[in-house]
Design a protein around this ligand. Sequence first.
Ligand SMILES: *Cc1c(COP(=O)(O)O)cnc(C)c1O
Length: 464
Amino acid sequence: MPNNLLRQIPKVDSILESAGWVSLVSACPESIAKDVLREHLDSLRLDIREGRMDSVPSIDEIVTAVGIRAAALIEPGLKRVINATGVIIHTNLGRSLLARRAVNAIMRVAMGYSNLEYDIEKGARGSRYDHCRSVLRRLTGAEDALVVNNNAGAVFLTLNTLAEGKEVIISRGELIEIGGSFRIPDVMKKSGAVLREVGTTNRTYIEDFERAIGDNTGLIMKAHTSNYRIRGFTHDVSSEELVALGKRYNIPTYYDTGSGLFYNFEGLGVSGEPLIPDELKKGFDVISFSGDKLLGAPQAGIVIGEKDCLEAMKKNPMTRALRPDKFTLAGLEATLLLCLDPDSAAGIPTIRMILEEKAAVTKRAQRIASQLRKKCPHAGASVIDVNSEVGGGSFPDMVIPSAGVALEPRTMTLAALEAKLRRLPLPVIARIEKERLILDIRTVLAEDEGDLVAAVAGAFQNDR
Ligand SMILES: *Cc1c(COP(=O)(O)O)cnc(C)c1O
């Protein structure tokens, strides 16, 4: 019996001559398609020998199966998803979305030559570090600015340049860990600086810092406790106190502010986020922050501050290892230029999403829910109140009243629906809460609403 079936498997030559195969290899490299075909036929033979099959598929069936597998192989692994979590700066979903201007700027340098390291005035070699410098100086009032790959790199470079082999004094309450294993003590160790933690987890005073100062003190550091708050019986040292202490003992001061916020946008709520220009005015020698958190730019680490410190950082050989590429610089510069005007800054996607009025989100949720009720009555769609979050370790206390579409599926479990949505060609990332699947519409782009409806309808297809 198996031998008989084995002989019935279509010959490779006839498969390669079929119309289905010809159309398959017009959309997929032939070598990949042939590899997949070979694997497919091997497993078919094995299934037959081990008695798992009692008939042989047709050429068309084989080509279809090979086509699906081959298409999956050439599909990019990094793809667009719909973020229906309501977490705006979602670290797992790509953090900040770029403004159109930033995208256009990236496209221009991506598809054409640029003056990345060329001084057009002088007709000579220039520096990539000059590109965002002037707009950063204008925005923050800093003497100098330097862009690196991300803020973790900026922290490392600052510590390594200013405090290698020396002590860095920091409050015990600020020894933060950011997701993805960024921990201040670990970065400090790798930078060659020596951690000198002072105070206690909840209470630290300026006297604690002063007592720790010695011959080998290299830097006084402050880190924004961006993803948590210590409440209750607490005492913090203010920026002003730290800066005054540094000046008194002639020790540089550094503030890792995390997010990069330039304005206290109206409607942003009680702000616990430091404003970059304000902090710099208080007198820190160096401040660093991320490009892709509240600033809404590409991933980058931005260092601003006093000229001598920044010059020393630029000369550090590690800077080369942390240098940003031209896409980052183009997208960052375009975003920073938008930030020169608070109104256009408010239109940068990250800030725009935070500021979108609840009523507007509700309207969008109602529109989506009503389409879903028509297209997939089994989804049990309704509009509910939810709370969005800023995410990305910014405004840890702040919840933003928002509107969501709740799904109460009648034909499958919530876990099955959640997984189905996640595995669609255009994945939808949602959360389960109180026996419902919640799609928070605040983080769903207006232009993605149609795709969201189609995606949910897709999850309910063949499901009566
Ligand atoms: C996010 C954050 C970092 C790390 O920044 P990345 O840009 O993610 O590398 C460092 N310090 C603070 C305080 C942060 O909030």
